[in-house]
Ligand binder design. Structure first.
Ligand code: PAF
Length: 286
């Protein structure tokens, strides 16, 4: 039977117990409003050999800047719990804000370097909020494999860096983006899109698809690949934050002829900001 807990001590004890019985713990950190992408992470944990799959649901206020969508971020706990039960998740940890950040909390975990560009540039402080909460989740889980979606490519690399730099006993695993049949990357924020905006949002998948095809056909120039994405996104979106070809390891932008890279995009349609990416030569056609 699936357990649900709201207190850190209970969560830690359950993970400890699972390890004590010889089990391997798979952790899936989320902010809820679960979709097939999140569920694919829980499935991957099980497939990789986790005996105990723990999924956390916490809309982390530290990673939202004033004016962002913290208040309207979808909260669908009952449906999330049903989906987890159906999938055979062992434990859901859904703490309240005070359970994660009790009175007097004043610590920040910050990764430098890899956090500065792209999302870091457009959402200052965002990654500090992410690494602070993920460090706490890792500390409370203990030794585990932790699963992150590659839609948040930079986040995945940052969390991996943090675990390595702080010698945390966590293997960070990045899993492929899950898309709708028409190419739209799954995101809890897709719920904000009107049907017209959803149609326009497909510009990203079209752009990434043409970059994918060009890469397969031998195009290696960073500008040419980015331009293919821009061509589809510019007419459909209200504003582009960035379209960049970056190193998959450092997330630094790369120029000229390249032999590896990840194409990353962030753009606004109506009031919704969407991000997506394509790891060239690795990801399947969007
Ligand atoms: O990707 C997310 O849903 C969040 O950034 C995470 C990793 C759960 C931290 O709040």
């Amino acid at each position: 039977m699936m357990e649900v807990c709201h207190e850190r001590a209970e969560f830690s004890a359950a993970c400890e117990r699972a390890r004590g019985e010889g089990g391997r713990v798979g952790l899936v950190p989320t902010m809820g409003a679960l979709h097939a992408g999140h569920l694919s992470l829980a499935r991957a944990a099980r497939r990789d050999g986790a005996d105990f799959v723990a999924l956390t649901i916490f809309v982390n206020p530290l990673q939202f800047a004033p004016g962002e969508d913290l208040d309207r971020y979808p909260r669908t706990l009952e449906a999330d719990l049903d989906a987890c039960r159906e999938l055979g998740v062992d434990l859901v940890f859904a703490p309240a804000r005070d359970a994660m950040y009790p009175a007097g909390f004043q610590t920040e975990v910050r990764v430098t370097g890899i956090t500065r560009q792209l999302e870091g540039e457009h959402r200052p402080g965002h990654f500090d909020g992410v690494t602070t909460v993920v460090a706490k989740l890792f500390a409370n889980t203990g030794r585990c494999h932790a699963y992150f979606g590659r839609k948040d490519f930079q986040q995945w690399r940052i969390v991996e860096r943090m675990a390595r730099d702080l010698d945390l006993p966590v293997d960070v695993v990045g899993m492929p983006i899950v898309r709708e049949a028409d190419g739209l990357a799954l995101s809890s924020r897709n719920r904000y899109l009107s049907s017209d905006e959803r149609e326009r949002a497909l510009g990203i998948a079209r752009g990434l698809r043409s970059a994918h095809d060009a890469w397969q056909a031998g195009t290696r120039h960073a500008d040419a690949l980015s331009k293919l994405v821009r061509q589809e996104v510019e007419p459909a979106f209200d504003r582009i934050d960035y379209v960049a070809l970056a190193s998959p390891d450092t997330l630094e932008r790369v120029d000229g002829e390249v032999n590896e890279g990840v194409l990353l995009i962030a753009a606004h349609v109506g009031k919704t900001r969407l991000i997506d990416n394509l790891w060239l030569g690795v990801d399947t056609r969007p």
